[in-house]
Design a protein around this ligand. Structure first.
Ligand code: HOZ
Length: 421
């Protein structure tokens, strides 16, 4: 039943572009009405019509502990009682930056911002400031938020709507953004050969998770580490999705490749609006107020967001066994789909990130991701939604697991997924 969601969506369209505040939420790629959510707890999410669904979106990643974890909520309550925003330093910012440095040692020094978009935009600026070079390399199908210079051949909503490049971005803003192919060394080599001293940084999602989930092929991240060093460029990992999710130390710990700079997003605030970027001291000391790279924000290091982030990271630190549990659950779902669908689908898994592509091709990059039958994805999505299972409303996003997903709910999910094929 979607009566109230339908009514709200119609009303929303009068006041909000497309009725939503972020495009994929409009459910346009799956031809359904978006569910308007009223609450969530554990692995369940509830909409305005009272539909309770097992949630595999998990707020696009940060819900790693499940929704409304009691310890996190208590810390948020306490923080709210002390005031919502000060625009001045707080002890929580120090605590969180220290925790980040302990868990992700390459982030020796970090700056808190308000979103993943802001983190990547700022980290690229720091890289340019440090190297004195203008160009960056990104990968086709990798999404780094919606800042002008990075919205080139992007994934996520920009892919879903078949508009990989956005209107409103002057060509001059993107002329220094070079595009290579994910998992393709030669495309990177060629760009460096063409301009050996002009490239400031290579920026990559170490696991691409905005064109569906596409893991790096063995040796690819190591290759990027080596080639950036060879040409005096920096390596930036956009760990907005993989940070604290693949491992406590993110993808850089999971794949044992250390970047110069890292961007983090929502998960570092346990789901509150936050982002962070950081790296070696000498690079980060280029950032204002000690360096010439300007970046600022009233909501940066917000006291409520940092309270949620600290408690979330603390729980992860106390219980590192969570990562094995998450992988086991994701593998169970992956197996159920593979066993039933055979080679009509390609299931990619990296830790607790799952990408289920409706194609018989092996998905290793943007082109192969696009070979997926999006109409079949939409039919699968509807089959699941109508049976109380909420997955990403687009082929080109990831499915996320949380520690709150119960064995029973995983079993139910597998049963419903098997029944589709
Ligand atoms: N396209 C975003 C995730 N990759 C979705 C953001 C949202 O709608 O919340």
């Amino acid at each position: 039943m979607e009566v109230r969601s339908k009514a709200l969506f119609e009303e929303a369209k009068r006041y909000i572009p497309g009725g939503v505040n972020s495009p994929v939420r409009a459910f346009g790629a799956v031809g359904r009405t978006p569910r308007f959510i009223v609450s969530a707890r554990g692995d369940r999410i509830v909409d305005v019509d009272g539909n309770e669904m097992i949630d595999y979106v998990c707020s696009w990643g940060p819900g790693i502990l499940g929704h409304a974890h009691l310890r996190v909520i208590e810390k948020v309550r306490e923080a709210c009682g002390r005031g919502l925003s000060f625009g001045a330093p707080t002890e929580n910012e120090v605590v969180l930056a220290r925790m980040i440095a302990q868990m992700i040692p390459s982030m020796e020094v970090s700056r808190l911002v308000s979103s993943g978009t802001e983190a990547v935009m700022s980290v690229v600026r720091a890289a340019r400031g440090y190297t004195g070079r203008d160009k960056i390399i990104k990968f086709k199908g990798c999404y780094h938020g919606h800042s002008d210079g990075l919205l080139v051949k992007a994934g996520s909503g920009a892919l879903t709507t078949s508009v990989p490049d956005s209107a409103g971005v002057p060509a001059d803003y993107t002329k220094n953004t070079l595009v290579a192919l994910y998992n393709d060394r030669e495309s990177v080599e060629a760009l460096f050969r063409a301009d050996p001293e002009g490239i400031a940084a290579v920026v990559i999602e170490p696991v691409a998770a905005n064109m569906g989930v596409v893991p790096p092929q063995p040796g690819f991240l190591e290759f990027l580490r080596e080639i950036t060093e060879r040409y005096g460029a920096l390596l930036i990992f956009d760990e907005v999705i993989t940070g604290f999710r693949l491992a406590l130390g993110g993808a850089q710990e999971y794949y044992r490749v250390t970047p110069d700079l890292t961007a983090l997003g929502k998960i570092v605030g346990g789901g509150m609006p936050i982002g962070a970027y950081g790296g070696r001291r000498e690079i980060m000391e280029m950032v204002s107020p000690i360096g010439p790279v300007y970046q600022a924000g009233t909501l940066s290091g917000n006291p409520v967001a940092t309270a949620a982030g600290i408690e979330t990271l603390r729980i992860l630190q106390e219980d590192p066994g969570i990562y094995k549990r998450l992988e086991d659950k994701a593998e169970k779902i992956a197996c159920a789909v593979r066993e039933t669908a055979g080679d009509t689908v390609c299931v990619n898994r990296a830790g607790s990130l799952l990408g289920i592509f409706f194609t018989s091709r092996k998905v290793t990059d943007y082109e192969s991701a696009l070979s997926s039958d999006t109409a079949r994805y939409a039919a699968w999505f509807s089959h699941l939604l109508d049976r109380g299972i909420y997955v990403a409303p687009s082929q080109f996003e990831a499915l996320f697991l949380s520690d709150a997903h119960t064995d029973e709910d995983i079993e139910n999910t597998c049963r419903v997924m098997r029944a589709f094929f």
